[in-house]
Design a protein around this ligand. Structure first.
Ligand code: SF4
Ligand code: SF4
Length: 432
């Protein structure tokens, strides 16, 4: 029986023919390394997608290989024939999502997480408030002392222990919406605060604004912005991802900005692909592409403005763990390194295979905990070889994962993980 044309188009069947099965992508694929089977390699996954599109296998045969893919897109960077693996992966996720028979409880909990929590500032702020209360009331210390956290579902107890210090509700409430450039204004940027980023890494967001203004940018925070939709798209919920994208496009269209800046590699990649998300949509493609054209990682804007100098020495030697989406999708490689190298420290040391995914990958480390930890352990071998005391990352997920890696290796006394933005502030960033 011939598969329906609609299914083939959703699976990007035509694109699968660009894979010539050469295997150049195999050595860069973290899941192929740890799971050691063809179906967990890019080549194997593409082949399975093609077989589903040709009605040779069932959707369920594809589910595990696709769910175990990190979506790091290192295969895309390595591929000599430029296979658009990200497109194939996203299409497969959407097809699997639609084919899944879900219980009412599953539907309700997914709707709560994806439709209510992530798109809502109020929900995200509440998560931030509750986490602050948990830390400040002494509950966190008590929970850790009694070991109760080990009973938390989905290994969340492990993540709880690596949360940063959170700001009080008053500090959160009082943030302005407009920040003037210090000195003469070179550009005006709109800042994507992010959902998880603003709930948990509020301090990093504050530091981002601080660096931008010192470098000569006026910073606007559009009120109606929402979650970028990365988690929805990665879960195959493309219609939901599009709804969020439309809200962001409309929110930023109202402001006059030169750039739309983010400080989270994964979010940045999704924002950069809004144009692709609406390809062929007469009503939205143009504005989505215009939005994407303005998207920049904070390191790109700071490098371009070249308005900062660093006055304090950071105590320790530094290595850098880039985010996969920043490298493989945004193609931002040199800017974070060039900023890091301006920081006074005891030295910078490059990590072997630094571009290999750390296993965080959105919520992969929550839903595929054991697989993620195996990938992390492999990454930590390279981290240890650098013998450095500071691991710098540029994505909240990687940052938490690195903190977890430090804990797993028992390196808490000698090594710390920090977001690039926070390290630049610690290094005494001032206007030039
Ligand atoms: S490198 Fe590209 S063409 Fe070669 S097997 Fe991997 S995806 Fe296919
Ligand atoms: S996206 Fe990453 S994990 Fe998935 S197939 Fe490509 S390299 Fe492997």
């Amino acid at each position: 029986m011939k598969a329906a044309a609609g299914l083939q188009s959703k699976l990007h069947y035509d694109e699968t023919f660009n894979c010539v099965q050469c295997g150049y992508c195999l050595p860069v694929c973290p899941t192929y390394e740890t799971m050691k089977s063809e179906v967990h390699s890019p080549r194997g996954r593409i082949n399975l997608v093609k077989m589903l599109a040709e009605d040779k296998i069932k959707a369920e045969d594809l589910r595990e290989p696709i769910e175990k893919c990190l979506g790091c897109r290192a295969c895309e960077t390595a591929c000599p024939t430029s296979v658009q693996y990200g497109k194939i992966l996203e299409g497969a996720k959407e097809v699997l999502e639609n084919a899944e028979q879900k219980s009412i409880t599953q539907k309700l909990s997914e709707s709560l997480i994806f439709d209510q929590m992530f798109p809502s500032k109020r929900w995200m702020n509440t998560i931030g408030y509750l986490s602050w209360l948990y830390q400040k009331s002494g509950m966190q210390k008590m929970a850790q002392r009694t070991g109760i956290t080990q009973f938390a579902p989905l290994h969340l107890g492990k993540f709880e222990s690596v949360l940063p210090d959170l700001p009080s509700p008053a500090e959160r409430k009082n943030r302005a919406r407009l920040f003037k450039a210090i000195g003469s204004r070179k550009v005006t940027v709109g800042f994507i605060t992010g959902c998880v980023m603003d709930a948990i890494f509020y301090e990093t967001n504050r530091n981002t604004i601080d660096l931008l203004t010192k470098a000569g940018a006026a910073v606007l925070i559009p009120v109606n912005q929402t979650c970028c939709g990365a988690l929805h798209a990665h879960a195959g919920k493309i219609a939901d991802a599009k709804l969020l994208a439309k809200r962001n496009i409309e929110a930023f269209e109202k402001e006059k900005t030169d750039y739309i800046v983010n400080n989270a590699g994964g979010c940045g990649a999704t924002l950069l692909e809004y144009g692709e998300l609406f390809k062929g949509d007469i009503e939205w493609e143009r504005s989505a592409q215009a939005f994407s054209n303005k998207v920049r990682d904070i390191s790109q804007v700071l490098s371009e403005l070249d308005g900062l100098s660093f006055t304090k020495e950071v105590n320790g030697t530094i290595t850098f763990q880039p985010s996969c989406h920043m490298i493989n999708v945004q193609k931002v490689k040199n800017e974070p390194l060039s900023l890091l190298k301006q920081v006074k420290s005891k030295g910078y040391r490059e990590m072997n295979d630094k571009e290999r995914c750390c296993g965080s990958a959105g919520i992969y480390n929550i839903v595929n905990y054991e697989d993620s930890m195996e990938i992390l352990d492999s990454k930590m071998k390279n981290v240890k070889e650098t013998n450095t005391s500071i691991i710098v990352t540029a994505n909240p997920g990687c940052l938490l994962q690195m903190k977890l890696g430090i804990q797993r290796e028992g390196l808490e006394k000698s090594v710390r993980a920090v977001h690039l933005v926070d390290l630049l502030v610690e290094a005494g960033a001032v206007s030039k």
